[in-house]
Design a protein around this ligand. Structure first.
Ligand SMILES: C[S@@+](CC[C@H](N)C(=O)[O-])C[C@H]1O[C@@H](n2cnc3c(N)ncnc32)[C@H](O)[C@@H]1O
Length: 270
């Protein structure tokens, strides 16, 4: 199953491709800014706008943060640059981790962020070693959610926070694949918001914030699909989603409009 997830996310060699595209756009490679990577370095619905919204929810200043399923590390870099916090990003994909590390160098980030290739089900961090766990669009690929969140609790300090931004499935609905996080149902493990809330509550997490982001998601995906009708941006999530990216986005949009899927941002505390 892990192999299927890796296969779903692994694509072409990414860093060289990104550099070529930046050169074509006339970006000075000695002076690359985060904005130049917009569109590709955050691989979730609503891109950096939802990450900015999440960073306004609690105080991150100087804290130690774990970004689970960090992808190319866009959100890790946002947290680091906004709050001077220490960030550790973990991802299963060696290509994503390698690219995240190289993008840090390209942006001149030397300290403060480390990216680690690992399975989030097998985390090797000490007990009580992080102040915050941040995760976006990861748990849809995790079958054993209870174990995932028990592990997260273990590595979080007392009085710490968990933030997620994820896609959920309404009970009794049936999904068409491919979707952005899974090519087929055998590596997609959907749960309802209530189902996840029950798991988190049983483990000892208390909900302090919830926001249904489904309408924002519909608007964002709708405008992305409209844009792609006549344009292909140099850098965009299509590069990460592969040739069938339009089918993935269309399925996602249809299921959101039908309310088979919901998108939620949340903060829990221990
Ligand atoms: C949709 S992407 C989101 C990436 C990033 N959080 C972002 O929003 O830009 C999901 C990520 O989860 C990672 N992932 C899935 N299952 C994982 C696992 N068991 N352990 C670590 N990473 C995993 C994938 O490799 C992929 O990078």
């Amino acid at each position: 199953m892990i192999d299927k997830i890796k296969e779903h996310y692994e694509s072409r060699e990414l860093y060289g491709y990104i550099i070529e595209k930046l050169k074509n756009k006339g970006v000075d490679l000695h002076n690359v800014r985060t904005e130049d990577l917009k569109g590709i370095d955050e691989f979730h619905i609503c891109g950096s706008s939802i990450s900015h919204k999440m960073t306004d929810l609690i105080d991150f200043l100087g804290l130690r943060i774990l970004d689970l399923g960090c992808g190319l590390g866009g959100a890790s870099r946002l947290l680091y640059s906004k709050f001077e916090c220490e960030v550790v990003g973990v991802d299963l994909s060696s290509e994503y981790i390698r690219t995240a590390q190289k993008l840090n160098s390209l942006l001149g980030i030397k300290n403060g962020i480390s990216f680690v290739e690992a399975d989030v089900m097998d985390l090797d961090f000490a007990d009580s070693s992080f102040d915050i766990v941040w995760t976006q669009h990861l748990q849809m690929n995790i079958k054993d959610k209870e174990n995932l969140f028990r592990n997260i609790k273990r590595i979080l300090k007392p009085n710490s926070r968990l933030l997620y931004f994820d896609v959920f499935q309404r009970e009794d609905s049936v999904l068409n694949y491919p979707l952005p996080w899974a090519s087929s149902s055998d590596h997609s493990f959907m749960i309802s918001p209530c189902g996840l809330h029950e798991i988190l509550s049983n483990i000892g997490f208390r909900s302090i914030y919830k926001s249904d982001e489904s309408q924002n998601a519909i608007k964002a995906i709708g405008s992305v699909l409209k844009y792609y009708e006549n344009n292909t941006p140099d850098l965009g999530q299509h590069i990460l989603m592969g040739d069938n990216f339009k089918s993935k986005l269309k399925n996602l949009l249809l299921h959101l409009v039908n309310a088979d899927l919901l998108v939620e941002a949340a903060v829990y505390e221990l």
